[in-house]
Write a protein that binds this ligand. Structure first.
Ligand code: ADP
Ligand code: MG
Length: 228
């Protein structure tokens, strides 16, 4: 396996301040993840999992430490460069799919390439390939309202992967699904990121799903503890 480090986090500290009160949610997180590796982050509700992903995804600021993605330190980037980093190097999947309701699976999936002005035929080919890899070849021309919950999440995953990010950040992507569907969607996700050689950071509170990743960390009292 290629062991280029894609994500390098050092001493990441995040404090929420509200008036006189302050809550140190992340107390010096250190993490290094190589290309193509999948990492599950587990932890109780309120332990800071979403906050950690927001910091890794350059969607929230932090108070100390550094986050390097593909050799670029987020803290050194301007707001414009951060947006570029999110669009080119990162993919996001959430508990809710955030698909555009008036667009088909294919159009939603190809969106990251359309924004980058990739020629339509090329974008379509890539989107079709990813939808097929997610088992959705029969759902390419459907609107989100015509899909099941699991299918919508699979489209959201295809879309997040379409722009070939180096790192995919997924926050409880199967949290809204029944057990059986969650397992199926999770397996599709892990398989696709492996095929695409993406680094995957996935938050889940389900230990059985986490076990499907290469590594597991528990976020507890602001620190990461390796479990696998
Ligand atoms: P998790 O995703 O593990 O459930 P979160 O990262 O959402 O946890 O939240 C971690 C802690 O930080 C919680 O105590 C939460 O209330 C607090 N928190 C999250 N976002 C904010 C915010 N914007 N302002 C103040 N406190 C916040
Ligand atoms: Mg959360």
């Amino acid at each position: 396996m290629n062991n280029k480090v894609v994500l390098k986090v050092k001493g990441l500290t995040k404090i929420f301040k509200e008036g006189k009160d302050s809550l140190e949610v992340l107390k010096g997180i250190d993490l290094e993840v190589e290309e193509g590796v999948s990492v599950a982050i587990v932890g109780t509700s309120g332990s800071g999992k979403s906050t950690l992903l927001q910091c890794l995804g350059a969607l929230d600021t932090f108070d100390a430490g550094s986050v390097e993605i593909d050799g670029e330190n987020i803290a050194d980037l301007s707001e414009k460069q951060r947006t570029q980093m999110r669009n080119r190097k990162l993919g996001f999947v959430y508990q809710f799919h955030h698909l555009l309701p008036e667009f088909t699976s294919l159009e939603n999936t190809a969106m990251p390439l359309k924004i980058r002005r990739v020629p339509a035929a090329e974008a379509q080919k890539r989107a079709e390939h990813l939808l097929a890899a997610m088992g959705l070849e029969e759902r390419v021309d459907h609107l989100p309202s015509q899909l099941s919950g699991g299918e919508r999440q699979r489209v959201a995953i295809a879309r997040a992967v379409c722009g070939s990010p180096v790192c995919l950040l997924a926050d409880e992507p199967t949290g809204n699904l029944d057990r059986e569907t969650a397992v199926s969607v999770f397996d599709y996700l892990v398989r696709l990121t492996r095929d695409e050689k993406l680094t995957l950071i996935i938050v889940t509170h389900d230990p059985e799903l986490a076990a499907r990743c290469d590594r597991i960390y528990r976020l507890k009292a602001g620190r990461l503890i390796a479990e696998k």
